[in-house]
Design a protein around this ligand. Structure first.
Ligand SMILES: Cc1ncc(C[n+]2csc(CCOP(=O)(O)OP(=O)(O)O)c2C)c(N)n1
Ligand code: SF4
Ligand SMILES: [Mg+2]
Length: 480
């Protein structure tokens, strides 16, 4: 390095003082002495300025010791949940392809909880630079085993040392990404000696330049020290990286094909509100939201349950569509899995005039059951003043203090000629239960919901409307 190149003082890529940092310390970073994050932050800050990328840069830091990186960099900054930086980066880049994004991730974040998000972004070839800080440990949470922890290394969660038989080999992230078609540049460097830090500086700038030239995805893996959790001095940590990590994670460039690639040009995003609304509504079957919101006396927390195949999920969907058509906030949450094959399936529907906090329904105020096991399972969760509606073709009358309605849904559906429309019979009964109780104009709303739900099978609409009307006329109150 010539004398002119030596830089003194704080890079302009950093804030002059770290005002966002809580507490009295506004000049220093929160990293431990000898931590690789501090070294890499300096390289990033300098590169942002030298490559003139600062004004368009968004630095994303997920959970890990570097989650507070936005205290330091004088550019856009977002903290995101664990493992989600590449997904958030994708959103940012698709919304504004001219922005620059650094996804700055630890080995726990990228290699464990966020591995899928990361690999998919790499495979899509997002125009993104990922700085992967591999310190072979979960630093922030005091030293648990990471996917990159070395064999034999004792950590809080591998107290006898990592073994191949128990935890497998340490994950070679750079090699894995280099094997994908899309990424243009993959290099592993180390934040140890001056020579290695200079290579790291060059690699970082290469990755950032690729992004500036819209060449696509670059990954730089930085072998980095966590002296605190290694319980070593900063100097001994560097030696450990050189002697233990580098033999397993060899340094060097694994892929560099940026020069062979054309610029990535992705479609210009649409921001026109009307166009987006129209496209969304068309794909959802042109639901009309209505001008006025129907006022509910209280939130409806509905559980629909039955056998898989009885249409309980679409029943919930029809009820939710009905609420939507009256401009009520709704959520629909299915619960299935192995239950879909002959066991119980259920869904939760919430309808509210306010914002819905959670789509999970625990205490139900309307329970709809289409088989006995669902009745037995969910009746204890029904509010005392709630409503129970059940298919009395096969379910025994329950003992409960709630208001109870029964309809022979399966029998009526068989009479109509298709057992599958039992759920529409139930919906008719449900509409009758609500009459005068919660909703105005409910009949039109329910029939609209049927048309929306069956929009792709129009031949079924008339039969389901017939089933709906029969259900409405046949429902019986049991104990009111
Ligand atoms: C969803 C979620 N799961 C788990 C955690 C706990 N947690 C916080 S940091 C961390 C590991 C971070 O390790 P790494 O990504 O290697 O970053 P480092 O601190 O080593 O730089 C974990 C598991 C969390 N905050 N959020
Ligand atoms: S715990 Fe480790 S990774 Fe976290 S700041 Fe300290 S040295 Fe760095
Ligand atoms: Mg780590």
């Amino acid at each position: 390095m010539s004398k002119e190149e030596i830089k003194f003082g704080r890079s302009k890529g950093f804030f002059e003082t770290f005002e966002r940092r809580p507490g009295p310390i506004k000049k220093n970073m929160h990293y431990c002495p000898g931590c690789g994050h501090g070294i890499l932050h300096k390289l990033v800050a300098e590169a942002l300025v030298d490559l003139e990328m600062q004004d368009k840069m968004i630095f994303i830091s997920p959970v890990g010791c570097s989650v507070f990186a936005y205290y330091y960099f004088d550019c856009g900054g977002i903290s995101v949940p664990h493992g989600r930086a590449p997904a958030v980066a994708t959103g940012l880049l698709r919304a504004n392809p001219d922005s620059y994004v650094i996804s700055y991730q630890g080995d726990g974040d990228l290699g464990a909880i966020g591995l899928n998000n990361f690999l998919q972004a790499a495979n899509r070839g997002e125009n993104l630079t990922v700085c992967f800080v591999n310190n072979a440990i979960y630093g922030m949470t005091s030293g648990q085993m990471a996917p990159t922890t070395l064999i034999g290394h004792k950590t809080a969660t591998s107290p006898y040392g990592r073994t191949v038989t128990n935890e497998g080999f340490p994950l070679k992230v750079a090699e894995m990404v280099a094997a994908l078609e899309s990424p243009v540049y993959v290099e592993r460097v180390a934040l140890t000696s001056t020579k290695n830090i200079r290579s790291a500086r060059r690699a970082l700038r290469k990755g950032l330049t690729n992004m500036k030239e819209k060449k696509g995805f670059s990954l730089i893996e930085f072998l980095s020290g966590c002296p605190i959790n290694l319980k070593k001095s900063a100097e001994a940590t560097d030696e450990w990286i050189e002697e233990e990590m580098i033999p397993y994670f060899p340094l060097g460039c694994l892929k560099d094909i940026a020069d062979e690639r054309d610029k990535i040009i992705r479609p210009i995003p649409i921001f026109d509100k009307e166009k987006v609304t129209k496209a969304l509504l068309e794909s959802a079957g042109n639901i009309k939201f209505g001008d006025k919101q129907t006022k509910l006396r209280k939130d409806l927390r509905i559980k629909c349950a039955g056998f898989g195949g009885q249409g309980v999920l679409s029943l919930g969907m029809m009820i939710a569509a009905m609420g939507q058509s009256r401009n009520i906030n709704v959520s629909w949450l299915p619960s299935y899995g192995p239950e879909m094959r002959g066991g119980t399936a259920n869904c939760s529907v919430v309808m509210s005039n306010d914002i819905i906090g959670t789509p999970i329904v625990i205490e139900t105020n309307i329970l709809i059951t289409m088989n006995q096991p669902s009745m037995d399972k969910f009746l204890p969760d029904l509010a005392t003043k709630g409503i129970l509606l059940y298919d009395s073709t096969s379910i025994k009358p329950p003992k409960t203090k709630s208001r109870v309605y029964a309809v022979e849904a399966t029998r009526i559906a068989l009479d109509i000629g298709n057992i599958k429309c039992a759920n529409s019979v139930i919906m008719g009964a449900f509409a009758a239960c609500l009459k005068g109780f919660e909703l105005e104009n409910y009949e039109g709303a329910f029939e609209e919901a049927i048309k929306t739900t069956f929009r792709k099978k129009p031949q079924l609409i008339d039969m389901n409307i017939l089933a709906f009307r029969k259900g409405k006329d046949s429902v019986k109150t049991v104990n009111v």
